[in-house]
Design a binder for this molecule. Structure first.
Ligand code: NAI
Ligand code: UGA
Length: 442
């Protein structure tokens, strides 16, 4: 079996590389020439642990190739995965222009049966739209060629993408024909043999499953952030509460960490898109509107704490930021809490010194280097600082040499946006310390 993956972003590159690693012949297609050139030379344009080695190995072994020319490979493959971006449109809906562009190209060039699978996160009805788009191109060419469209959403997490793909909790596949089911069963056979659940369903349910999963996870986070804020008000400790509720099997331990809000390329955009889809059908997703509201509040929380601490007198203060990426093990800063915080600090007249183990270039790209100093290391960031914000819980921030930090800071004040530090330890060292929803006497 030979497959094509269209789009070599996170999802496309991980999907293509992992299928090649499983022994398939994979051709990855992207319109971005420079990306394809880099990939051809074994350089991957994203930071994702373990991925670069796998790309090089499978490329060298001849199972993984890259091209900008989708048309030339359409009739060489059995399955085409569409894994291009679906960014938010101005009204919050998923912008399908890249997906439909790929569908048009397929319809314009195919000469024999092919199974087209949407892997991008797309609203209910998109597979049907892909089908009609391809069909229209075929009609224009006066051809009657059989093809199928299926939905196979992706659930991997950035930073853990290869493991998530290779050992999934489940694979969701939406099909509308027996032929498509057979082809995808064959593709996912190794997963079935390893007892990973492959769940077949109809196409709209598969499309909805992806949004429901992300919306549920985002809801858990906003719920815990609300509980954390209440804990702070009433004198309870959200870490204790998390342990207390997470041990109930029905609730589970994961995704209950309070912090400075969820970010990334998916939760914010997918929650928005689901609200939009619902409104198009006259359904009010009140819960999800609250999830967004809580998250926006939470992203402003660190700045508000800082402002309160200094009674609003922030002009000229020097501020250290540990962590720019939206979570550890990625250089992705899309919708990152750090961006909201840094912009507020700059607006208030603060001088920002930022450090991230991986996302420094991305930081420069998104925030510019006029108002932000990009520090050489985490200790350079705290030099003369009137406050330190821990925004992303990278491992290297877990056990800092606090004596060095204290010595070089102008004022020993820490705002911990991820609740990773020991309150008592920091206070005994003479730091003023704040975090999210934990109990301690101020
Ligand atoms: N990033 C993630 O962790 C996850 C993303 N998803 C979903 O997967 C989809 C892709 O996301 P990412 O990989 O993050 O996107 P991305 O934005 O990183 O990459 C998309 C790629 O598609 C390429 N592209 C655009 N139009 C094209 C065309 N006509 N032909 C060929 N290539 C084209 C772009 O040049 C780009 O390289 C989105 O729908 C996203 O919601 C799903 C699960 C996880
Ligand atoms: O559709 C997608 O793109 C992906 O979106 C998320 O993956 P990702 O965005 O890579 O990252 P997560 O680990 O889910 O974290 C998202 C955000 O939530 C925050 N978070 C996570 C967990 C938690 O308990 N608390 C919390 O604040 C993180 O700091 C981060 O900002 C989902 O976890 C994946 O299953 C999904 O495939």
């Amino acid at each position: 079996m030979k497959i094509a993956i269209v789009g070599t972003g996170y999802v496309g590159l991980v999907t293509g590389t992992c299928f090649a690693e499983m022994g398939l012949n994979v051709i990855c297609v992207d319109v971005d020439k420079s990306k394809v050139e880099k990939l051809e030379n074994g350089v991957i344009p994203i930071y994702e642990p373990g991925l670069e080695e796998l790309v090089r190995k499978n490329h060298n072994d001849g199972r993984l190739s890259f091209t900008t020319d989708l048309e030339s490979c359409i009739d060489d493959v059995d399955i085409i995965f569409i894994a291009v971006g679906t960014p938010p449109d101005e009204d919050g809906s998923a912008d399908l222009k890249y997906v439909l562009e790929v569908a048009r190209t397929i319809g314009r060039s195919m000469k024999k049966y092919v199974l087209v699978v949407t892997k991008s996160t797309v609203p209910v009805g998109t597979a049907a739209l892909v089908r009609s788009t391809i069909q229209k191109e075929l009609d224009d060419r006066g051809l009657n060629i059989d093809f199928d469209v299926a939905s196979n959403p992706e659930f991997l997490k950035e930073g853990n993408a290869v493991i998530d793909f290779m050992r999934p909790d489940r694979v969701v596949v939406g099909v509308e024909s027996e032929k498509a089911r057979k082809l995808l069963s064959k593709l996912y056979k190794p997963f079935m043999l390893n007892n990973f659940r492959v769940i077949f369903m109809d196409v709209p349910s598969a499309e909805m499953t992806k949004y429901a999963a992300n919306a549920m996870l985002a809801t858990r986070i906003s719920f815990m952030n609300s509980i954390a804020n209440l804990c702070e008000a009433v004198g309870a400790d959200v870490n204790m509460v998390r342990a207390g509720i997470g041990s109930d099997m029905r609730i589970g331990k994961k995704f209950l960490y309070a912090g400075c809000g969820y970010g990334g390329s998916c939760f914010p955009k997918d929650v928005k898109a689901l609200i939009k889809t619902a409104s198009e059908y006259g359904v009010d997703m009140e819960i999800l509107r609250s999830v967004e509201k809580v998250n926006a509040y939470q992203k402003g929380l660190l700045f508000r704490k800082f402002s309160l601490y200094y009674n609003g007198d922030l002009k000229g203060k020097t501020v250290a930021i540990w962590g720019l990426s939206f979570k550890p093990e990625t250089d992705d800063m899309r919708d990152a809490p750090s961006v909201v915080l840094i912009r507020s600090l700059i607006e208030a007249g603060c001088k920002v010194r930022a450090y991230d183990p991986i996302a420094m270039d991305e930081g420069r790209r998104i925030l510019g280097d006029e108002c932000v100093y990009y520090a050489k290391d985490m200790y350079d960031a705290v030099l003369d600082a009137d406050g330190l914000f821990l925004v992303t819980e990278w491992k290297q921030f877990r056990l800092p040499a606090w004596n060095v930090v204290k010595k070089v800071m102008n004022h020993p004040y820490i705002v911990d946006g991820r609740n990773i530090y020991d309150v008592e330890e920091l206070r005994s060292l003479g730091f003023d310390y704040e975090c999210i929803g934990r109990r301690f006497d101020k």
